[in-house]
Design a protein. Structure first.
Length: 472
């Protein structure tokens, strides 16, 4: 029999349960469908589209140019393709975005009713959401018990599967579209810096993991908070597109460092746990991307200030660590986690702008834009989420900068107009005496913005806003 292997967010050959099962059936025809039916606001953003193009290119090479690509409504296209290609079964790995779950359920049922074999697998999570529940059967809402009691006490994650020993491809008349016709690469070449930093695809993912294990894993707990260092794995876009599975990472780390207690390794594994928790939340609370998890925030007095939102997006707020982060995002498609929290807190608390505006901008600019992690993390930052930082704990971006970017390397890199300032003023140029500014070639309001808002007053404004909803 010929089996359709429907690739989605699992763009790899190793540890791919659906692909392995499909190859066990007989001949395979690998397909990818750029789904046009996802809600408008969750079509892949600009940065993700660039990544996807290169990831598909790399997968296609791995599959000896057999990958068929299409654009359109998968629910309509798949049955049509099965008929055209004479395939009797279709396998895929599960996705967890609400519209994908619903579509896949309908599709599976309808294919089976028409006599096809349709089967789905877990290819992207260590523990699937439906498998982890509290003793009373209800879902966890707090990370630590979810991870420690729920996940770590459940059956251990699947050991990674090897790539199929042999892939035999079915004959196809239908050649799909050329990858270029998906139009994933933008006309304006803003992506050149990204091409120099990232290597989308299964090989790039494996090499990131290797570098992390060799150079950074054993210092992770300390280094992970320093945006000026390469202290984290930078695996997130590879994970999002499934070029590597969390299982491969989990067991590669265990194989390298054994099972003994190590604070750095535990800390890294629990970050993978946060990814799982985000998927868990999205699965159990499908409105997570749009609605406050804590409904008390529904009455929050957000400000609608387009000029301030734009200044934040462009890295022109006058707060160096915030601006450096927003520029890192724009230039590289990535932002360090510590800085994501700082820029998020600044938007939501100092500027009092709705977290959904921040999430939207991230969605378009992040190479690792992921509905589960982005929504859960923004709600966490905003204080409206599950297990969120309490709203009244407002980051002071100056202190954050001084603590985590002490010598200002990160700020100097992304805000070169401030590079000559002494360490003492790098995180608050407005405090520098005029001669020092002059010597560093900084003219506030001209070469670098004056702060958009007063940090102290805006902090108080945020606290007042919070008080206004507290009783609700
Ligand atoms: P590492 O520190 O090496 O961690 C390893 C892996 O664990 C990551 O690749 C990621 O898959 C996972 N992980 C780490 N931290 C988190 C976390 N807090 N939540 C969920 N998973 C985590 N991550 C995304 O993958 N996509 C997003 O769209 C996204 N949006 C975010 C928005 C905000 C406002 C914040 C504060 C965080 C967001 N994160 C998101 C989480 C986190 O910032 C990134 O996963 C991390 O910075 C990726 O870098 P890394 O691969 O070097 O991480």
């Amino acid at each position: 029999p010929t089996c359709l292997m429907w690739f989605r967010q699992d763009l790899r050959v190793n540890d791919n349960p659906a692909l392995r099962a499909a190859c066990d059936e007989g001949k395979i025809i690998p397909v990818f469908i750029l789904d046009s039916t996802a809600p408008e606001q969750y079509q892949p953003g600009g940065a993700s589209r660039w990544w996807l193009h290169h990831s598909l290119q790399s997968l296609n090479e791995r599959l000896n140019n057999h990958l068929l690509v299409f654009k359109g409504d998968a629910e309509r296209l798949l049955p049509q393709l099965m008929n055209e290609l004479g395939a009797s079964c279709v396998f895929w790995n599960r996705c967890y975005e609400p519209w994908q779950i619903q579509r896949d359920q309908r599709l599976k049922q309808s294919l089976r009713e028409h006599g096809f074999k349709a089967q789905s697998f877990n290819g992207s999570l260590l523990w699937e959401p439906m498998a982890i529940n509290k003793a009373d059967g209800s879902p966890y809402k707090v990370f630590t018990p979810y991870y420690r009691k729920g996940c770590l006490n459940a059956a251990p994650p699947r050991y990674p599967l090897a790539a199929p020993a042999r892939i035999t491809y079915g004959q196809t008349e239908n050649s799909g579209s050329a990858l270029d016709s998906l139009g994933l690469i933008p006309a304006i070449r803003w992506y050149q810096t990204m091409g120099a930093i990232w290597n989308p695809g299964e090989e790039g993912a494996a090499s990131r993991l290797k570098t992390f294990i060799e150079d950074a894993a054993l210092n992770y707990k300390q280094a992970r908070d320093k945006p000026g260092l390469q202290g984290t794995s930078r695996l997130s876009p590879h994970l999002h597109f499934g070029e590597i599975s969390p299982n491969q990472i989990w067991y590669a780390i265990k194989d390298a460092f054994g099972d003994t207690d190590n604070q750095h390794i535990d800390c890294f594994m629990s970050e993978l746990g946060w990814r799982e928790f985000s998927y868990y939340l999205l699965y159990h609370f499908q409105e997570l991307p749009e609605c406050n998890f804590n409904r008390k925030f529904d009455g929050f007095p957000w400000r609608y200030d387009n000029a301030h939102l734009k200044a934040w997006q462009r890295g022109q707020t006058g707060v160096p660590i915030v601006d450096a982060g927003m520029r890192e995002l724009w230039q590289t498609g990535y932002m360090h986690n510590r800085v994501r929290m700082i820029v998020g807190s600044y938007l939501v608390k100092n500027l009092l702008i709705d977290w959904r505006q921040g999430a939207r901008w991230f969605w378009d600019c992040l190479l690792d834009a992921d509905l589960a992690s982005n929504s859960a993390s923004w709600q966490w930052v905003a204080g409206s989420g599950a297990d969120a930082a309490p709203y009244f704990r407002i980051f002071n971006p100056i202190l954050q900068g001084e603590k985590f970017d002490k010598q200002g390397e990160y700020v100097r890199h992304y805000c070169p107009e401030l590079a000559e300032l002494p360490d003492k003023y790098i995180h608050q140029p407005w405090q520098a005496p005029e001669p020092i500014l002059q010597q560093a070639g900084v003219e506030l309001g001209k070469t670098y913005p004056q702060p958009l808002v007063d940090l102290k007053a805006s902090r108080q404004r945020a606290l007042d806003a919070f008080v206004s909803i507290k009783g609700n």
